[in-house]
Design a protein around this ligand. Sequence first.
Ligand code: NAD
Length: 295
Amino acid sequence: MSNIAFIGLGNMGGPMALNLIKAGHALRVFDLSPAALEAARAAGATVAASPAEAVQGAQTAISMLPASRHVESLYLGTDGLLAQIAPGTLVIDCSTIAPASSRKVAEAAQARGIVFIDAPVSGGTAGAAAGTLTFIVGGEAGALERARPCLSAMGKNIFHAGGSGAGQVAKIANNMLLAIHMAGTAEALALGVANGLDPKVLSEIMVKSSGRNWSLELYNPWPGVQDHAPASRGYQGGFGSSLMLKDLGLAAEASIASGSPIPLGELARNLYGLHSHAAGALDFSSIVQLYRKPV
Ligand code: NAD
């Protein structure tokens, strides 16, 4: 058991924190949302009044925030959290952010004797709740070993992608592919339905055929095909379309920086750009709404 500070208790951070409590760790938590704090308190966490209060006495600090700007403003600057964290502390950032932002925070941490790793996750809110997330780590191998007991309480696959920022690069590539196969799945289902097929029957056929993919099989975008999917609960919760758009923006930045073309990634970014205007808060599988014929 260890003392852990956990900052960012949203769709992902909330259930991840609960799994750490279940594993016997003592958690001090902070979020801007009073409702998120209340849920964590009810599960046994100690609620802190600020990030600085959360990290007092912690051996490990974990953050799960929306985007680069939230992570940089949390840790950096004269009022930033790195100035409050004791040297020797392990900091694990699980947010999906720009690799350059991760490296910037890692360098600032190192200058203060603090160990920082990027550990973005895959597996969605269901994986966060079940404790079966995949962690994709960037940083020193020794730091990953220090983090392993914590990460194991929240996930079942832990990969070392490389040095600082490498976890983010792998996560961004993965999410670009996810956006492409989600949009492709939505497009194929809409085509079948518009030509008279039942979306459930078409999904069953494609899951056993060469169109099989994760979006189709485990996160079907058509309402009513899978009871557990966000599509069957009005696209509430899950992974917001605006967060997917953010990740596709990170892929575009990486493409420009490296000169590696991403024509399908750019197309997906444009689709999510259009869709997020109207539906940024809805789960990213709601992209199917762009394709469905009005009834
Ligand atoms: P979310 O919007 O549900 O949660 C973010 C939380 O951070 C909110 O509770 C918010 O109040 C809090 N927050 C924002 N700024 C803060 C600050 N300065 N201090 C403290 N708390 C602050 O987002 P999410 O879906 O939990 O995603 C978090 C990260 O995980 C994102 O980077 C996302 O891309 C990534 N991710 C999400 C999923 C998913 O399925 N939702 C899957 C994999 C990765």
